[in-house]
Design a protein around this ligand. Structure first.
Ligand code: 4AD
Ligand code: MG
Length: 431
């Protein structure tokens, strides 16, 4: 007899097979029991009919406890009523391990309780679907950049400098030196772009931010492409094509997961390049027209501002040319204005906020040196970085896409804590 996994069931209709599975849930009557089975690759209903399996096996099925591990033998049939489309007509059940008092029952639980049990909460249908979507976004990311001639480069995690400003750094000792956990690999990616042309990174980043919102993690994963000889406008085109590719890949390869999450697929189908572009100046005007009196030119946007702007569009929207004072030191000034820089944030629809931050980078040595000084950064830590504008400087641009915000948006999760397997949040380092 063949041993298969749930995702392979469509290829074995009519066959009797063996499966390893956990019991996610069950319900039963006097004559029939429905076992909700999961094996990591999917979820399927097992049907146990008393008349067919006999008294003993039926009694065993009825007594199974939630999350017990099993070997099951059964025949695969089609089932039009389920979104999966298949069912298992159970013939034999062997209990591998009986789970006692599994903490997450089908009833409602509070967030803190679920977060304390994240190690088992991951087994639930919703969390399983979000992790599958996360995996698909990761797969599609590598696919997109490799298809377009980018080379994957891994910047260091332990660093001696701070690309995004000094306030949000995790400090540690590096033997006798001070070191920080990377908040962005960008500066290293710029060096790599000068060596390999088009590069991208994909790794963990750390922000010691005291923000407790549905968009903030302390540890999150970022995709950071960097492109030599690419100016601001062309970078935006890469960004919208990249985001289109990951959204369309999820639609194509995760249909069951999107259904399980109850995601409104029509909203995702509209996410096709090109995306609208507005300037920061126009965004401020728009917000004033909408009655947001709390924001002035020169302020950074808060979540309600971003949401109000995003609501106006059914695609992600680029907000371009932010004031120089609220952006990091490395951004290229606007050619016609000295008060704004050549940058853009990409704001996701449906209130998920900024998913990409990017810009053209300064490639003038004197200007870069001056900006490092103005930002009170330690020049000696940036000596290597200054070398990049000393030896064959070229216009170049790059951006960073936050994986968890993107996963939360595409899967419709209400909070980024559900879009990473083991979230690190303010006040949470467990489990
Ligand atoms: O806008 P940020 O800070 O940009 C950078 O770090 C640049 N150096 C990237 C680059 O140009 N190479 O962060 C980029 C993205 C944000 O748009 C957001 O999606 C995500 O990273 N992000 C966070 N995600 C979760 N929790 C946080 N605390 C985040 N901070 C930023
Ligand atoms: Mg940003």
């Amino acid at each position: 007899m063949k041993t298969i996994m749930i995702h392979e069931m469509p290829d074995h209709v009519g066959e009797t097979v063996k499966m390893g599975a956990w019991l996610a849930n069950k319900r039963s009557s006097g004559k029939i029991a429905f076992l909700q089975l999961r094996d990591g690759s999917g979820f399927v209903q097992g049907v146990v009919v008393k008349e067919e399996v006999g008294e003993d096996m039926f009694a065993k099925a009825k007594s199974l406890t939630q999350e017990s591990s099993l070997y099951i033998i059964g025949e695969i049939t089609t089932d039009e009523r389920s979104s999966f489309g298949y069912e298992l007509q159970v013939k034999e059940i062997e209990v591998i391990h009986e789970a006692v008092d599994y903490p997450i029952t089908p009833k409602e639980h509070g967030t803190e309780f679920l977060m304390d049990h994240r190690h088992v909460w991951l087994r639930s249908r919703k969390q399983h679907a979000i992790m599958k979507i996360r995996d698909e976004i990761i797969r599609a990311t590598y696919e997109f950049f490799h298809m377009n001639g980018f080379v994957k480069i891994d910047p260091p995690i332990l660093t001696g400098s701070s690309p995004e400003g000094t306030s949000e750094l995790f400090h540690t000792k590096y033997f006798d030196e001070d070191a920080y956990l990377s908040q962005s690999g960008q500066l290293y990616m710029e060096a790599a772009a000068m060596a390999l042309g088009k590069v991208f990174s994909f790794g963990p980043t750390f922000r010691a931010e005291k923000s407790k919102t549905r968009r903030h993690l302390i540890e999150f994963w970022m995709i950071e492409p960097e492109m030599a000889f690419v100016e601001h406008a062309e970078s935006l085109e890469v960004q919208e094509q990249f985001v289109t590719h990951i959204v369309q890949s999820v639609l194509q390869n995760c249909p069951l997961e999107l259904v399980r999450l109850g995601r409104d697929i029509s909203k995702l189908e509209k996410v096709q390049a090109p995306f609208p572009r507005i300037t920061y100046d126009d965004a401020i005007k728009f917000l004033h027209e909408k009655g947001f009196d709390d924001i002035q030119w020169g302020d950074d946007f808060g979540a309600p501002h971003e949401t109000a702007i995003a609501e106006h569009y059914d695609k992600p929207v680029f907000i371009m040319h932010y004031p120089i004072g609220i952006k990091p030191f490395y951004m290229q000034p606007h050619p016609d204005r000295d008060d704004v820089v050549l940058c853009a944030d990409l704001i996701a629809p449906e209130g998920y906020g900024e998913i990409i931050g990017g810009s053209e980078r300064i490639h003038d040595y004197e200007l870069m040196k001056q900006r490092i000084k103005e930002h009170n950064l330690d020049e000696t830590a940036y000596e290597w970085y200054l070398d990049l504008s000393k030896y064959g400087a070229v216009p170049h641009s790059g951006f960073g896409l936050g994986l968890e915000r993107t996963v939360a948006w595409i899967s419709g999760a209400e909070h980024v804590r559900e879009s990473i397997p083991f979230p690190r949040l303010l006040n949470r380092l467990y489990p």
